[in-house]
Write a protein that binds this ligand. Sequence first.
Ligand code: GN1
Ligand code: CA
Length: 247
Amino acid sequence: MFNEDESKITIEIRDLPVASSRRTLKSYTSEYDEVATAVPDTGRKLERCVAVSFCLLSSQQKSLDEERDELKRQLNLTTSQQKSLTEERDELNRQLNLFMPASQQKSLDEERDELKRQLNLTNHYLNQGWVYFGSSFYYISSVNKAWQDSREDCLQRGADLVIINSEAEQKFIRQYPKYIWIGLTDRETEGVWKWVDGTPLTTSFWRSGEPNNYRGGNEDCVELTLDWNDVECEQKKLWMCEKKMAL
Ligand code: GN1
Ligand code: CA
């Protein structure tokens, strides 16, 4: 880039003794002026070079400054948007609490969850062929089993053998096929009839002459034959399950 004269100047400046590096800016300036006067072209080129570098640096700084200002502007915008959203949320919460206290909201949420649970359960039972009557679902089997096995089947379905508490329920069950197991037994204590949920028998619908422990047998379980009859628990019959569910 430099011609022979310029190379000389470079060497002269580089080869300056260490002590001279402590000289004042004034003395360098005058030295530069001397050199520039001695070699006029070199001085002009150096000046041009410094000026171009300065211009480049200035323009880079300018674009960095602009970029920083733009980022600041966007940050301020986001912060102010967030602030207004926070205020809006707080105001909505305040209004909602005025309209309905938090405790009431909670109990409504719980009620909604409970209703959802019941709806899912109801769909499940209806899809499996259960029938709703009074405040229970009922299921009638399609195969015959002994009383205990029948009961196991109901328990696996989340239910138990049917318990008959009223005349309405008795009438409802009479629509179904004859000879079905119900959840009544005196297996624990002969002559003391108890429902599968442990409650004692109060309202009964025995067939005339029953229970009779027929011919001195061991009739400890109850079938529904329009009305009730005690029979041996090992007989295989259809059965009915009941799942209580107040809807
Ligand atoms: C007799 O008639 P049937 O089979 O429905 C008996 C019942 C016995 C049952 C035993 C009037 O009923 O008590 O439990 O056989 N009924 C009469 O299978 O004796
Ligand atoms: Ca009998």
